[in-house]
Design a protein around this ligand. Structure first.
Ligand SMILES: *Cc1c(COP(=O)(O)O)cnc(C)c1O
Length: 411
């Protein structure tokens, strides 16, 4: 593979122009959009407008005049299109952790003869922590967590399980689980399924309705580019909406919040999953960020994501110095999300050296180096340059310099 061939790939790429809808700093190759998405230009303009005009000038009238009150549902609908959900099932609110609490309680209540939540050992820890917190609140006789290895999920789907809680794309390895198959197998045993889409929404086509999913949560600040701490979203299948009940019964989930009735009566729509007042500034940013998806075909996103990863693997294979990187993502494209993970004894120091040299990747304990590919703004040329720099760092052993081993609060 030579540089000219790589440039030709960018020339042929129908998504290439999307890159110009983002603010991308010069001399930076950003391979960490799976942790914090880049800034869409539309967000900058929108934030200025929301702060100066809507808040600054129109003040409280904006709740009606600028539809602030409907942001959770209107943003939810924009996300719905990306995750294969029909209208009325997705709402934007809170964080994934909080939304998991609501959904775990809802699902356990729907399946109240059972008490076990099944998840994977290497699920994203907050997902597991939320179950552990709920277990401590309710007592282990009403809720308990069983964690299994990813390869043992299917055999662990028994009639004692109430809820299966899975992240579709593993945050460390990028392994992609088969949503349709696992949901079907779980349903055959009377198990409800909660899917965490943190690394799938905006990264690959997701078909919640088609897979007959029960519940899902996902992230606003990763592939959806809503900005740091952007609100998350949740999905509840229509068939559950009438009967489901979530415990964080704040006024925004009330059927008529502005009646100020002392008795809680939940909305029957997806609105019941709101709790308190939405964060209008943050949600406006996400709303504007979602406009970059207009006209984007998720199949095209998937094709490019796979091609970027394949190129990365090929370039690494061609470099002798890079054979100390041990791939811990699945070998086959179709079994991966939109990232590649490699083990290396000096993973942390290499990552720090990459960042100093303008390649932003990230590190996950204990020794994993992650490269995220965000097809809307990662180019084939980016991948080429990143691997050239990585190769130089490893060949020269530049990462051995002590400053690259200083630990950081956030990795
Ligand atoms: C990023 C991520 C989260 C984040 O949860 P928040 O509560 O929104 O901070 C949760 N789950 C997974 C799988 C993630 O990757």
């Amino acid at each position: 593979m030579i540089f000219e061939e790589v440039i030709a790939l960018d020339k042929r790429d129908p998504l290439y122009p999307k890159r110009f809808e983002f603010e991308l700093p010069e001399n930076t190759i950003y391979l960490d959009g799976n942790s914090l998405g880049a800034l869409p230009k539309s967000v900058k303009n929108r934030m200025a407008e929301v702060v100066s005009q809507q808040w600054g000038n129109d003040l409280i009238k904006s709740w009606n005049q600028h539809d602030w009150i409907d942001l959770p549902t209107s943003v939810g609908e924009k996300i719905a299109r990306l995750i294969g959900a029909d209208a009325g099932q997705v709402i934007c609110c809170d964080s994934i952790s909080i939304n998991l609490f609501k959904l775990l309680c809802s699902a356990l209540k729907l399946n109240s003869k059972r008490t076990k939540v099944l998840s994977t050992q290497d699920n994203f820890p907050t997902d597991l922590y939320m179950v552990q917190g709920l277990r401590d609140l309710l007592g282990a006789d009403l809720c308990h967590l069983e964690m299994v290895e990813e390869q043992n999920i299917e055999q662990s789907l028994t009639e004692s399980v109430a809820v299966l809680l899975l992240t579709q794309v593993n945050f460390r390895t990028g392994k992609l689980l088969d949503m349709e198959r696992l949901t079907k197998l779980a349903h055959e045993k009377g198990i409800l399924v909660i899917w965490d889409l943190a690394h799938s929404a905006g990264a690959l086509p997701v078909e919640l309705d088609k897979c007959n999913a029960d519940f899902a949560v996902g992230c606003g600040y990763k592939y959806l580019n809503g900005g740091p701490g952007s609100p998350a979203f949740l999905y509840v299948a229509k068939r559950h909406l009438e009967v489901v009940k979530q415990p964080l019964s704040g006024w925004m989930g009330h059927a008529k919040p502005f009646d100020f009735d002392p008795t809680y009566q939940s909305a029957s729509s997806i609105n019941q999953f709101q709790c308190g007042t939405p964060s209008v500034l943050a949600m406006s940013a996400l709303d504007a960020a979602l406009d970059v998806w207009q006209g984007v075909d998720m199949q095209e996103v998937r094709r490019k994501s796979m091609a970027l990863a394949r190129l990365c693997l090929k370039l690494i294979e061609q470099k002798e110095h890079l054979n100390g990187l041990q791939l811990c993502s699945p070998e086959l494209d179709k079994h991966r999300g939109s990232q590649l993970a490699f083990r290396h004894e000096y993973g942390f120091a290499i990552c720090q050296a990459l960042i100093e040299n303008g390649v932003i990747a990230d590190f996950r304990a204990p020794n994993i180096l992650r490269f995220g590919f965000t097809p809307l703004y990662t180019s084939y040329e980016d991948v080429w340059k990143a691997i050239e720099i990585l190769s130089d760092i490893i060949e020269s052993k530049a990462y051995m310099e002590p400053r690259f081993s200083v630990s950081l609060k956030v990795t």
